[in-house]
Write a protein of this length. Structure first.
Length: 456
């Protein structure tokens, strides 16, 4: 029945429209008929009326027809046709058409990318107060697209757009306060702008506001608020929020610890290609948390993250090759992944690379190289590397035998309650004078105060 009424209504509108469509008519009647058809959801019919009005020079119809081609609504999507109709409407001063024409030049959609033309049309649109054009103009100044990069100008246009309620502009103002671009860094202002955008449903701002509540940045730490904003962004499919929501379930922050729920959110984000989530999901499979322990699945997710350059995943993928977990044991592959992670400063990978050189696994035994990687990892507080340095000094491997330094490193680790370090420290102490022990103890204290930097 609904379809029948729609057909009758369309036929009546055509008959009335045809009667009104005199040769010199300005197209306004046809434009209104197009709007009526659009309201009925008959986009093809709407396009017919818009075209009739547009060919008679009706600027509003030209703009609407451009939109229909741009979106592929009622016609096949065609950016060149969209550009044509936007231009006709823009030349008649339609602000929306000027904005979209500028956007097409900015992105190179339907036309060769041309920032100068984008700027020209955006400026015409902003002269009429078009908020989206103000936002795009701000973005062009922020990125230096077609103009000299100018954060002050970017802020000016973002503020004008944000004052009209443009969520993207509000979000970008938050970003600029976060980075201190053109303004003094101010986390309270960051939170204020993110909140305004988030309350409009802007997923990126919701996720960022959630993070600020999660870590207590610019706002009092509040896990319940963090969860609220992460959930809102995650429900829109925003991958970073899904990953962060998974972390909160894994850690039991603001919610009961629930590994299965953590896995659910990690998977949603991981399937969107978020490397952190792929790594986290791999960890859950490796440890058997919320899922059955599965080295093959862990390997799969570690590899996906590692191939994106995620250092922790590269290290863990290296470990799986080193130990033959979910894959054949392969020192060469292990070495490859440890190197990639170590080059990014990942301390566990630096330590593991040191071990391979120390033991001659996959490489020629090389104490000097082992020492170099252990030192890099130890300076970041890696206990394994610090312990290995103690062993190398105690045995004189790659260095002159030095009980004082061996005692120093083992004493540092012993302070964390490491029983093995306590045992080794006490054994080497029996080979030392009281003066040497006092020196080693002082060195350990100094090293801790320097946060392990420049200790060796």
């Amino acid at each position: 029945m609904k379809q029948l009424l729609l057909s009758i209504s369309t036929a009546l509108r055509k008959a009335v429209g045809a009667a009104r469509a005199f040769p010199f008519e300005d197209g306004s009647a046809a434009y209104e008929d197009g709007n009526a058809a659009y309201g009925f959801g008959d986009y093809a019919e709407a396009c017919e009326w818009y075209r009739l009005a547009a060919t008679r020079g009706n600027a509003s119809a030209q703009y609407q027809l451009g939109l229909m081609y741009d979106l592929g609504r009622g016609v096949a999507q065609d950016y060149v046709e969209a550009l044509k109709w936007y231009r006709l409407a823009a030349e008649q001063g339609v602000a929306g058409a000027q904005y979209f024409l500028g956007l097409m030049y900015k992105t190179g959609q339907g036309v060769v990318q041309d920032y100068a033309e984008a700027l020209r049309w955006h400026r015409l649109s902003v002269a009429q107060g078009m908020a989206h054009a103000q936002y795009n103009l701000g973005e062009m100044y922020e990125k230096g697209e077609g103009v000299e990069q100018d954060y002050a100008e970017a802020l000016k246009w973002y503020r004008l757009s944000a004052a009209q309620g443009d969520a993207q502009a509000q979000n970008n103002l938050g970003v600029m306060y976060d980075k201190g671009q053109g303004v003094v860094q101010d986390y309270a202002e960051v939170a204020r702008w993110y909140r305004l955008a988030a309350e409009q449903g802007f997923a990126l701002a919701q996720s960022k506001l959630g993070y600020m509540y999660n870590v207590g940045q610019g706002v009092a730490q509040d896990y319940a608020e963090a969860l609220k904003w992460y959930r809102l962004a995650a429900a829109q499919g925003f991958a970073s929020a899904q990953n962060n929501l998974g972390l909160m379930y894994e850690k039991g922050q603001g919610v009961g610890q629930d590994y299965a729920e953590a896995v659910k959110w990690y998977r949603l984000a991981a399937e969107q290609g978020i490397a952190t989530a792929q790594f986290n999901l791999g960890q859950m499979y490796w440890k058997g948390l919320g899922v059955g322990q599965d080295n093959t699945e862990a390997l799969k997710w570690f590899r996906l993250a590692a191939e994106q350059g995620f250092a922790c995943a590269q290290n863990d993928l290296g470990l799986m090759y080193y130990h033959g977990l979910g894959v054949g044991q392969d020192n060469t592959e292990a070495l490859k992944w440890f190197r990639l992670a170590a080059a990014q400063g990942e301390s566990s990978a630096q330590y593991n690379l040191g071990v391979m050189y120390e033991k001659g696994h996959g490489v020629e035994l090389d104490y000097a190289e082992a020492l170099r990687w252990h030192r890099l990892a130890a300076a970041q507080g890696n206990a394994g590397a610090q312990f290995s340095l103690g062993e190398m000094y105690e045995k004189g491997e790659g260095v002159v035998q030095d009980y004082v330094r061996a005692h120093t490193w083992w004493n540092i680790i012993a302070a964390t309650g490491n029983a093995r370090a306590v045992e080794h420290r006490d054994i080497v102490a029996k080979k030392m004078t009281s003066q040497q022990i006092a020196e080693a103890q002082k060195m350990a204290i100094d090293c801790q105060q320097k946060n392990f930097k420049g200790c060796d």
